[in-house]
Ligand binder design. Structure first.
Ligand code: FE
Length: 253
């Protein structure tokens, strides 16, 4: 936007034939302004299923309808999509409990069947479509993929899609600020954050997933009201995201 006056806060730019700056800021906080949703991405390898949380699901074209998903090469889902050449993505609603996200986001399918006890249906590609907490889903066959170092971007042609319920879907921002969820290091959007210490009741951080118990906020998903000190939590208290016990928390500050 311009008001006709020179912008004295900008010393350089590309407009008006000016040279590009020799140095540029690299403030990765800017990436936080890119919005995402929260999805369960599932695939199959033969008759085996796996699913994981992903926020990097995005529509590419409308004619034909295609979507892409960025998956870490270390994840079992990556192996399954590479092999099965199909994937599904279920959009999660805002009310999705943290433990449900934790089941798919902070546990590996190599350690057990993540779909056990979860409602899903089989799509036309034979891949599972997670129904629980899902507002809608898309199902795609892989038509291309790009190696981007730690991740692969899989592009899929949509072969099925449907709306399951009319509810607000969870954005990545909602997950982080309202649900106070954390991001595994294997996620494309992972950024190492500094955690500041606070006085009063201490906050405690889960060593497994990085989730922080803040006594001022409690743990709504675990029915812990605000104002309860970590030390006062029941001995069988578990991290709402990854299920780690109290002994796996460290005191901050
Ligand atoms: Fe945890």
């Amino acid at each position: 936007m311009t008001n006709g006056k020179a912008d004295s806060t900008q010393s350089s730019g590309t407009a008006g034939g000016q040279a590009a700056p020799a140095t540029a800021p690299l403030n990765l906080e800017a990436l936080r302004d890119i919005t995402y949703g929260m999805y369960v991405v599932a695939s199959r390898k033969g008759n085996k299923f796996n699913a994981q949380i992903a926020n990097t699901v995005f529509q590419i074209t409308s004619q034909p309808p295609t979507i892409a998903v960025s998956i870490n090469k270390k994840n079992l889902t990556h192996e399954f999509i590479s092999d099965g050449k199909v994937f599904t993505a279920s959009s999660l609603c805002e009310e999705t409990p943290l433990p449900f996200i934790g089941r798919f986001g902070f546990k590996s399918g190599r350690d057990g069947n993540k779909l056990e006890g979860v409602n899903y249906k089989i799509g036309v590609t034979g891949a599972p479509i997670v129904i629980d907490n899902a507002t809608s889903y898309v199902e795609a066959r892989v038509i291309g993929q790009t190696d981007v170092g730690t991740h692969t971007v899989f592009v899929g042609e949509i072969v099925a899609a449907d709306v399951l319920m009319k509810k607000a879907c969870m954005t990545y921002g909602y997950y982080q600020t309202i649900k106070r969820g954390t991001t595994p290091q294997t996620a494309p959007t992972f950024i190492q954050k500094k955690v500041e210490a606070k006085p009063a009741l201490a906050r405690w951080r889960c060593l497994v997933c990085g989730w922080i118990y803040d006594p001022e906020k409690g743990d709504p998903d675990g029915d812990i009201k605000p104002g309860v000190a970590f030390e006062a939590l029941p001995e069988n208290y578990r991290c709402p995201i990854c299920g780690a016990p109290k002994s796996q928390f460290e005191k901050l500050g």
